[in-house]
Design a protein around this ligand. Structure first.
Ligand SMILES: [Ca+2]
Ligand SMILES: [Ca+2]
Length: 391
């Protein structure tokens, strides 16, 4: 067989693998992040920077990774106190809010340098449960407070980044932090309640509890329920079922709301489901999740994190970007084709193309590559476009 003919045969095989049924299998497993700190309770991404993550431990310690979780460094604690909640300020780059527990009260802090330094904003005696900054109106902040032994929470609003604030609503804990409408500075949701005046006044507007808002026009509101995951695109007037499985959380890629993970993690038998087409189709995404899932986030493109029994796990498609071009495309296919059929020890064997690490580069590796083909890890256009082979 000539080289050109072999390539044609190979591309036919590859095209078959690209059929929709192959696209939604879980190509890579969840893997423990080797150098991550332990006993974590939360991980948070700065999706404007892509590779920056902050994490909080059970004891209130704070850590930062600037390389998508590969390495971690401890950060100074705001005021020297344990951190109990963290939220990125989506209206500003590199900016975060932190809530600390000083032992005698709870304080709000702000950092403009990814947690390297913190400025005190205000403090109070009651527990702060959630903190939710507006992605559009800088300094607008909703946070919920309440006694630890009470189901009732008070929602507070600040217009100056937490320095001053006032109470806007009392209600039972909906289980999810307030959600700002991503394309409208004046709309916000908290549970079933809607505000159309920057969080000032609230009306009971929905028969479902809203957990997330996608950055679409019109925005996608998402409600996980025991009957399934529902979406509304008309400010909760109508709901469309996306997945008819019990769900109790949902996480969206803030830059691409087609990419979402949902499922049931607060149950004895946790299940994760993933969609990359806005919820039209879901694939089970639970393999290799040993233990209780505490949280799941889509941190950046095609990279997801979960915390299981305090340990950090990562789903990462970058290993399939064999030529490190930030896209999985023809260049990677050529590298795999060149080493196809070889075994460890062969001269033409290429370790990076052995995506399932079984010592052979074969159809199993091609299945993985085809499942993630076309994925890119940044949205910026690149100087050198993909070089899909012509023959
Ligand atoms: Ca590539
Ligand atoms: Ca292999």
């Amino acid at each position: 067989m000539t080289r050109g003919c072999k390539m044609k045969h190979w591309l036919t095989m590859f095209s078959v693998l690209l059929l929709p049924s192959a696209v939604l299998a879980m190509p890579f497993p969840w893997l423990p992040v080797e150098n991550a700190p332990g006993n974590l309770i939360g991980i948070f991404s700065d999706y404007n920077q892509g590779h920056v993550y902050l994490a909080v431990s059970q004891s209130g310690d704070l850590y930062r990774s600037s390389d998508s979780g590969d390495t971690w460094s401890p950060l100074p604690l705001p005021g020297g106190h344990a951190v109990v909640f963290l939220s990125r300020d989506p209206s500003q780059k590199t900016s975060w809010y932190a809530v600390t527990n000083s032992g005698t009260g709870f304080d709000i802090w702000y950092s403009t340098d990814n947690g390297t330094s913190w400025q005190y904003r205000s403090g109070q005696s009651e527990r702060i449960v959630y903190i939710s900054p507006s992605p559009i109106a800088h300094g607008y902040l909703l946070f919920a407070t309440g006694a630890a032994d009470s189901a009732s929470l008070q929602l507070n609003k600040s217009e100056d980044g937490g320095v001053t604030h006032h109470s806007v609503l009392m209600m039972n804990d909906p289980g999810f932090a307030p959600v700002w409408h991503t394309t409208s500075s004046w709309q916000a949701h908290w549970g079933r309640m809607l505000s159309s005046d920057y969080g000032e006044s609230w009306t009971d507007n929905s028969d479902k509890t809203i957990a997330a808002c996608g950055n679409d026009i019109p925005p996608s509101l998402l409600a996980p329920t025991q009957e399934g995951l529902f979406r509304s695109r008309d400010t909760t007037n109508t709901w469309w079922p996306l997945l008819l499985k019990p769900t109790d959380f949902v996480s969206i890629n803030p830059r691409n709301s087609n990419m979402l993970i949902t499922g049931s993690i607060r149950s004895d038998s946790p299940n994760l489901y993933y969609s990359n087409d806005g919820g039209n189709r879901f694939a089970e995404w639970s393999s290799d999740t040993p233990g209780t899932i505490q949280t799941v986030i889509i941190g950046s493109d095609w990279m997801f994190f979960t915390i299981i029994n305090g340990a950090l796990y990562r789903y990462d498609e970058r290993p399939a970007d064999l030529d490190q071009s930030n896209r999985i495309d023809g260049g990677d296919l050529v590298i795999m084709a060149t080493a196809f059929g070889t075994h460890a020890g062969d001269a033409a064997f290429n370790t990076i193309a052995d995506l399932n690490h079984d010592g052979t580069i074969d159809g199993n590796d091609l299945v993985i590559l085809s499942a993630v083909f076309g994925h890119r890890f940044e949205y910026e256009d690149h100087d050198s476009p993909g070089d899909f082979p012509a023959d």
